[in-house]
Design a protein around this ligand. Sequence first.
Ligand code: 5CA
Ligand code: ZN
Length: 409
Amino acid sequence: MHAWPASEVPALSGQGRDLRIHDTATGGLVTTAPGPVARIYVCGITPYDATHIGHAATYNAFDLVQRVWLDTKRQVHYVQNVTDVDDPLLERAQRDGIDWAALAEKETTLFREDMTALRMLPPREFIGAVEAIPGIVPLVERLRDAGAAYELEGDVYFSVESDPNFGKVSNLDAAAMRLLSAERGGDPDRPGKKNPLDPMLWMAAREGEPSWDGASLGRGRPGWHIECVAIALDHLGMGFDVQGGGSDLAFPHHEMGASHAQALTGEFPMAKAYVHAGMVALDGEKMSKSKGNLVFVSKLRRDGVDPAAIRLALLAHHYRADWEWTDQVLQDAVDRLGRWRAAVSRPDGPPAEALVEEIREALAADLDAPGALAAVDRWAALQDERGGTDEGAPGVVSRAVDALLGVAL
Ligand code: 5CA
Ligand code: ZN
């Protein structure tokens, strides 16, 4: 698939900071130490509905990761998938009486537009599950031939017991895993499985559902976790720097992905850091397509909300926090954008070098975007109250806010 157009990232003078970020697997902060090319895989959308603020918040977090790396003069190799065939997508298409592929295409197009409007950096490879199938099939065959997978009534399951490191990404106990497996696409109650948690690698063709040639696996479609593993290993290889997603992906998705990769390569972990963003709620409940309590980015844009204000609303919350979207959150962001734009519209102002360092330091410390915003707020307030004589300072601030926070003033 094609991604979306990149907005330019201004180069800043001075030295960027190495990113310290929370890793779910080890439960603490790790300093990312990428080579000259940092490698990141961020789990993409399941395109059966429009991009909501929760998605946007999660993608915002991983956009910041990249901006911190870019500021250290590294390149970034960013890969994102699109789960363009899966149960919820097929169910929604069925419910609405439309073709599943057309639904996926329409929502993916809208996602690209939303990401462009929000100035999210595009992935170098943006890969659909369907286009990844030729690469997935041989991996499932290898897992089966290695004894890490087994067949059940034509479907192929991964055996979690084949992985000595199973559980080391999410660090949950068995009861919690079982509960989450049932909630998040697993089938722990299906009779005949070796372990209730075993996830499907390949689902044999079902009546009325799309299916693809699976060579020795027979016709069918891929399981969810192997999709991301196949795409990540194909484009990034083992031991990439960050795998990212919302906190609801830690288990089972990222746990199972690490297990599949371990069984395929003998190595753990697939990603050096497993990074998870908090959940955005609306009216007291997690925003989710299945519940329908959603605020869409595209709807806000249609209503005339400046995408830069949406972005500032996301940045006002620490990426690891669970938070609630309200009208006030948006209003605060609109007001802040107004203050910042007024502050940078003058030719001179208070010195800006220290501010750039503060933004850098805040983001490098586990992406403290609220801390970065507070620093810009202080500079804007000073500009408003007393002004300053540093020529070009407002330009320095605009460029830093653009490069590090993705907000065009
Ligand atoms: N296609 C899979 C990943 S391979 C998937 O989870 N798709 S999704 O459309 O359901 O979610 C896309 C991303 O948005 C995931 O990282 C998910 O964790 C995140 N996400 C979903 N809902 C929220 C929410 N309410 N708040 C924050 N992030 C969310
Ligand atoms: Zn994924």
